[in-house]
Design a protein around this ligand. Sequence first.
Ligand SMILES: Nc1ncnc2c1ncn2[C@@H]1O[C@H](COP(=O)(O)OP(=O)(O)OP(=O)(O)O)[C@@H](O)[C@H]1O
Length: 226
Amino acid sequence: MRIEVKQMSKTYQSGIESVNVLKDITFTIESGSWMTITGPSGSGKTTFLRCLSTIEKADKGIVKIGDLNGMNATEEERSHFRRTSLGYIFQDFQLFEQFDVLTNVMIPLLPYMPKQEIAEKAKQMLESVGLLERKNFMPNQLSGGEKQRTAIARALMNDPELLLCDEPTGNLDLENRDKMIAILQQINRSGVTVVLVTHDPELAGNGDIHGLMRDGELTEKSLEVL
Ligand SMILES: Nc1ncnc2c1ncn2[C@@H]1O[C@H](COP(=O)(O)OP(=O)(O)OP(=O)(O)O)[C@@H](O)[C@H]1O
């Protein structure tokens, strides 16, 4: 899925104060490529991902995500895009503590497909991230790396064309981080466009394009300066 962003800006209103979080961002991410974004805390990285996800809407600019016009699309079109084409791995996993691993992975598709079919697919996804044997565990019985892999399995349930990842290796030990990187590389090789935000220097070395977010401005940088 190709992404084209031109002069994208976003301002949050907080009481009487307005914060210009994204400033005139212009970027193209070709279909099947991988963009890694680094930058200081609070610089706007998560907000950028949220705008690409269509969860959030930019105030100004052109935002094309595949065939979707992110600025003009209706809420129905945006939610259809999220359901059919988008995988999003959140910074804090966002697992449902009251449900086991298998159910957590099944949740996004539950309203749309027969339950048995979803369960089969969820098991395949768990197998692909090496977690099938944990399918009946509750989230509080999982390690950080296992929670994160559950979140990946869930994000892949709808065979997304675009995968957005917010700090996917945050708080992982080296072994789990390497597993995570290998899984993301495999997903990207299968043709999925990846946009990833990270503070992890090892992970930041991956990708075709490297963006640096500073104070709401996104610029491309070469790997040598990483
Ligand atoms: N809903 C909101 N209302 C007001 N301000 C917000 C909102 N969401 C984010 N911000 C502000 O926007 C700025 C950018 O936040 P964002 O989460 O995009 O940064 P980030 O680069 O992802 O940071 P981190 O690396 O710490 O996750 C911050 O100053 C934050 O306080």
